[in-house]
Design a protein around this ligand. Structure first.
Ligand code: NAP
Length: 287
């Protein structure tokens, strides 16, 4: 039996599907489990509650874990540390022998003062450190930028024909569909042995304008364009969209890390057979 956190999310739902297809029993953990895949065992509860998680992990041969965001958190690092500590304490207490953790490219870089070096990713660096204290076989899955993160601006693209962000339009980044991140995590869970770090780089490095050019037509806006906005303005736009000031600051700090090349893959891209290209992903969004 494998316990999957974030089982209704982008990555976790794919992990659940792949494990069920392989004939594995799955406990599907989320606060709201209505959307948990048929065939999984729904485990409703909050990851911030270590006693609940301890029960969810009890008897598991392996676990898939992640650090979900709360974009409204007034202090993002504290929120992530609270959830991350709860996960690691429960894994430890339940004695789960095998753990696959969703992390990110760039999580190997220390966050520095106020997580200014890599923004959100600094919390994933801290979490990788906590996971390393476990007496368990741990694999951290480090994907590039999720293509699904572009869907947060779908409404702005439809209304104004524009995707705005502070990433340099010339910088090509590993862009990944979350389907392929979930597949990589499930493969690591199902393997008899997996490396300590699995990078998921997607089919190719792409710039933000390239992604917007593919996504625009899928959203019915063929002429959609990318507009790079200055850091301070981007923070203001994100706060207007409902993010806390701290989360907005960390988003822009992460973008600065992208622009400076601090978030990058270290290994070869590997075989990309069957990996979704940006165009294939956008076609899926359209349908
Ligand atoms: N966005 C990117 O480009 C990117 C790149 C690299 C890595 N990452 C990592 O990927 C993570 C996001 O993965 P994702 O896109 O699969 O997430 P997602 O789609 O936002 O799903 C989050 C999942 O976690 C559950 N959840 C949230 N808060 C919870 C809580 N307090 N207790 C229990 N369950 C909770 C959610 O269900 P409920 O809400 O019902 O609880 C949902 O199942 C990020 O947090 C980051 O660490 C992201």
């Amino acid at each position: 039996m494998i316990t999957v956190l974030g089982a209704t999310g982008n990555v976790g739902s794919q992990v659940v599907r792949d494990l069920l297809a392989a004939g594995v029993r799955v406990r599907a953990v989320a606060r709201t489990v209505d959307r948990a895949a048929a065939g999984s065992e729904p485990w409703p509860g909050d990851m911030g509650d270590p006693a609940f998680l301890r029960r969810a992990f009890d008897g598991a041969d392996a676990a898939f874990v992640l650090l979900p965001f709360d974009v409204t958190a007034p202090d993002h690092a504290s929120h992530q540390a609270r959830l991350g500590s709860s996960v690691v304490a429960a894994l430890h207490d339940a004695g789960v022998p095998r753990v696959v953790a969703l992390s990110s490219l760039g999580a190997e870089v220390p966050g520095g003062p106020d997580l200014s070096a890599t923004g959100y990713l600094g919390s994933l660096h801290e979490q990788e450190g906590r996971l390393a204290t476990l007496d368990a076989r741990v694999t951290v899955v480090r994907p590039g930028l999720f293509l699904e993160s572009f869907l947060h601006s779908a409404e702005a693209v439809r209304t104004h024909g524009v995707h705005a962000d502070s990433i340099d339009p010339e910088v090509a980044l590993p862009m990944v569909a979350t389907r392929d991140v979930g597949r990589a995590a499930a493969a690591a869970l199902l393997a008899s042995s997996a490396p300590g770090v699995v990078e998921v780089q997607g089919a190719a490095d792409r710039t933000v304008p390239e992604v917007v050019a593919a996504l625009g037509p899928a959203l019915g806006v063929p002429g959609a364009t990318y507009v790079r906005v200055p850091d301070t303005e981007m923070e203001e736009l994100l706060q207007e969209a409902g993010l806390s000031a701290d989360v907005a600051r960390l988003h822009v700090a992460m973008n600065r890390a992208f622009n400076a090349g601090r978030v990058r893959a270290h290994g070869p891209r590997g075989d990309v057979t069957g990996v979704l290209t940006v165009q294939e992903w956008a076609a899926g969004v359209a349908s």
